[in-house]
Write a protein that binds this ligand. Sequence first.
Ligand code: CA
Length: 219
Amino acid sequence: MRLLLVEDDTMIGEAVLDALRADHYAVDWVRDGDMADTALRTEDYDLVLLDLGLPGRGGLDVLRSLRARRNTVPVLIATARDAVGDRIAGLDAGADDYVVKPFDVDELLARIRALIRRSAGRAEPVFSHMGVTLNPATREATVNGETVSLSAREWAVLEPMLQRPGVVFSRAQLEQKLYGWKDDISSNAVEVYVHGLRKKLGSDMIQTVRGLGYLVPRQ
Ligand code: CA
């Protein structure tokens, strides 16, 4: 899963970045509204963590323009404790949820999981398909009830496909789940992780769609 972190405060930004990366998210961090707007126009994210008080263009403005483009990416806003008006304006401008600074990191991670789950059309926290079960909160994976150990990057490739069986993901889309801007991308990375996943989950679990990408079959 790939997240955009929009935060101008260096200390908060670094702390949140560390926590998100430790929880295996690929994260891009930008520090002002214009950079956030550019990132949202050019990259695909699974969720945006948006500070509202930013230098230059404000977070609310970025959010309104995002929704005006009919972009449905989940947005979690972060506001100061006394800024109830900002929270209301943020939710009414299309944010999905908010956290109040200073926020508890574990609560932040749980809210992120909940929003990503809802955006994939799921209410249940654990999801299963064709005998494979993933629990994003504990990061436990099982195959036919047996625990299987997936690397963070194997998980990152599998999770979006298992959430949407039958949907084809291009190699570029899956690469985006793996890396932030500052990471190197080896050209065959996705193939390597798909190969590893097939060995662990069974070769039927991920199908190659020639010229298009990969999918987890509906059944
Ligand atoms: Ca700020």
